[in-house]
Each structure stands twice: as C-alpha cells, then as structure tokens.
Design a protein around this ligand. Structure first.
Ligand code: KIV
Ligand code: NA
Length: 278
C-alpha cells in the first residue's frame, strides 16, 4: 500500500483521533514499524546516535553516519509517513548548510518531513525549507541537542515563564509554517493547553495524553536495552531480556552439543552417494 501522507495525518487530527509515531533506527526496526498497521508515522530521530550507534549523547554522531541509518530505514519503510531529524552540527551554521543537509535526506526519496529542534534561532532555515517544499516538523520543550545549556536535560515549562516561552515558540513555529510539532518533556497540562491554542497537530513525548499524538523511541518501547529509561517511557516488551536469554540458551546448547540437531537443522544427502563417498 501507499505511504501515509500529511493529508491523512491531518484528517486524523481533525477527527480528534490521536496520531501514533514510532522511531526507527535501521532496516529491521524500520520493517517492524512499517508492519504495525495502526502506526501512522516513523521518525528517524537522532536518538539513534545513542540507541543504535552507542554515542553517549546525540551531539556526537556525524551527519554521514546518521544519513547511513536514514538510508537503511528508508529501504524498509513502505507504508508510513517518514520524518527525519537534522542532527547536531548538520544545519546550524547557515541556511545553505541546512538546505544542503535536508536535501540530502530528501533525496533518499522516502522522507516526508525534516525535524528541527528549536524555534527563533532557526527561523530563516525553517522558512526556507518550507518555501522549497520541504515540510518541517518542529521540536520544542526538552531539546536534547541543547542539554549543555542552563535548561539541562530536564522537564521544561514548569514555571509560568518557561511555560509561556514554550507556548510562544509553538505559536511562532506555527506562524512560520511547520506542519507538525513535537512537544518533549513538559507537564501534561501545558502540552494540552498549547495543543488547544494551535491549529497544527502536536506530537508528545513525556508530555501527557492531551497532545494530538504520541511518539516513542522504538528501542525504549520494546525494551531493547537495559534499564528502565525515563518515567514517560512505557516498556511494551523486554527484547533485551528475551534476546540475551535466547543467545545464552543457544550458546549452552552448542556447548552441550544439543544444537544443531542433525534430524532438523541439516540438509539431507542421498544414502547411495553417501555410501560411495564414505
Ligand atoms: O530523536 C528522537 O528520537 C526524537 C524523539 C524522541 C522526539 O527526537
Ligand atoms: Na531527536
């Protein structure tokens, strides 16, 4: 079937049906996201730097490595709206740089929207992309690319000032022409309030149930790694536990000469040929 479109996502938004987005970081996770019929969109988030490539922060991943993962996801996803992040360092220095990085991602032929963390500081770049026909997804609240600032890696919008700032950024980004807005790590009351003040869908993560949709990191929701992760994550599976246990079982069976079982896991040979050979 054909990829879901922004139009279809907006139709859900207008109906009041929550939109579901999941990240993907490679070919396999792309296939899994693509195969879940109710899932509306796939985000190739720069969280893959930590989740799939092992960098301690998202700041470290070079654009080319991020691009390689985007290409893998794009080969897998056939039926979903795909949003891709612009990783740290790939767009901030100039409008040209932002267009160049975005165009490289768009040339993969599958990506439908480019996501940029921030607001006023990227005004020119965001409006240029939109003028060039590249839909932009905003991302405000907790901005992981800016954890070095005073705001740190913490929930945002907990004071009147901070909540008002986020609301203003949301309205500004809507005015600039973005199509979707990710709200990360803000109190649910603030995320809901902002959602009611906008006429574009909000996609929340750690922002409660009052946004127009949700996004989760696939590795978090499937429990692909150790640890519980942040409070907002619901772990729907324990793939880490299951995976390690299965590999351990395999290794033990190999040690015990219980795998492979010649009656099951091998190829047959004609007895006559075998007799001749032996
Ligand atoms: O990188 C990412 O996965 C994201 C989502 C958590 C919104 O930006
Ligand atoms: Na991201």
């Amino acid at each position: 079937h054909k990829p879901s479109t922004l139009k279809e996502i907006y139709a859900k938004y207008k109906n009041g049906t929550p939109i579901s987005v999941v990240t993907a970081h490679d070919y396999i996770s792309g296939k899994w996201a693509d195969a879940a019929p109710s899932c509306d969109a796939v985000l190739i988030g720069d969280s893959l730097a930590m989740v799939a490539v092992g960098y301690p922060t998202t700041l470290e991943i070079p654009f080319d490595e991020f691009y390689y993962h985007c290409a893998s996801v794009c080969r897998a996803v056939k039926s979903k709206y795909i949003i891709a992040d612009l990783p740290y360092g790939s767009f901030e220095s100039s409008v040209e740089k932002c267009i160049e990085s975005s165009m490289r991602l768009m040339k993969l032929g599958k990506i439908c929207s480019i996501k940029i963390e921030g607001a006023y500081e990227h005004e020119e770049s965001i409006s240029r992309l939109i003028k060039l026909g590249i839909p932009v997804t905003g991302h405000i609240g907790l901005k992981p690319q800016r954890f070095n600032g005073l705001e740190g890696f913490r929930v945002q919008g907990k004071t009147v000032d901070s909540a008002l700032q986020i609301l203003k950024e949301a309205l500004f980004l809507q005015e600039t022409g973005i199509s979707l807005l990710v709200l990360e790590g803000i109190p649910h009351e603030i995320a809901s309030y902002i959602t009611t003040k906008l006429s574009i869908p909000t996609i929340g993560i750690g922002a409660g149930n009052g946004t127009s949709g949700q996004v989760l990191v696939q590795a978090d929701l499937l429990g692909m790694h150790t640890g519980r992760g942040p409070k907002f994550v619901k772990r729907y599976e324990d793939l880490y536990g299951k995976g390690v246990a299965a590999i351990e079982k395999y290794a033990q069976e190999v040690s015990a000469s219980a795998f492979p079982d010649n009656a099951v896991h091998t190829y047959p040979m004609k007895t006559k040929v075998l007799e001749e050979f032996l």
